[in-house]
Design a protein around this ligand. Sequence first.
Ligand code: SF4
Length: 299
Amino acid sequence: MLTHEELTTVHLVLNTDCNAWALKPTSRSPGVCRFCYRERNRVAAVDADTVRRVIDRVRSESEARRCVFTGGDPVMPYDNHLEVALRHATEVGFETNLHTNGLLLAERYAALRNHVSIYSLAVDGATAETADWFRGHGYYERFLANVEFLTADLRRLAFNTFTTAGSVKELPLLAQLIAGVTRRTDVEYWLISQYRPIGRANPRKAALYAFDRDDFAPAVDDVRDRVEGVAIFAQPTRAPQDPYPFRVWVLVDGTVTADLGSVEAPHNEVLGDLLVDGFEPLVRRARALRRQTQSEGIA
Ligand code: SF4
């Protein structure tokens, strides 16, 4: 059994594709989510029963408390077993954290509402001009509408923000927006990230999005006192001095992957199939590989 200290959170992936691909870029932006390292769907098609068995296996072999639903985007325009997975994860005792761009949230909200503990909404600017530059035309408007109905329904929220050298200067404005939300409902955290050169990284993306961590860290520190009661996390660059936290991703087809901390790695390490190998042994192996990576000095 993996203890709570060994594994607090599990990331569950129903699909790695994303509905944001349907948005149009603004006339001045480089494209929709060009910074993203998501790929075409890497999760094999499975039935609802397999989804439940995968969640059961994670439950029976770990004391992890939180199950994060991520992707891609888990709220898709097709049946990806999201409701089944959320319901089952809740029933076996996980708190559930849905990470979403919110583009299709209103459509599926009624079916998933009772099984989501916390909604993490992505927003990269406090104006339509900035937010849409990152994620596409109309994104910001949809974000505000989501915040409105979720706060009116007293849901627990969190926010994810991706930054560039330009947008990081707007964090105080975004802090103001989030502080306003805290007066209406619970906000657990705000995760602020820098570009990470992983997945399908290339020099063009780096030129658009990358900037010095010495400009990033103080900008994040500057907003820490502006949103009372909200934990603020700065997501590192994955440079050697900024190792990425240990995380485990479980695809609902049973595949377990982990981030071993190397900025060189194009993908998370594929460890095996938990329905065949068991969950605990795969996570222990990932921890050992991670230690090895770090001791070799390439983390
Ligand atoms: S919404 Fe998120 S997962 Fe989807 S393309 Fe954008 S950054 Fe990637």
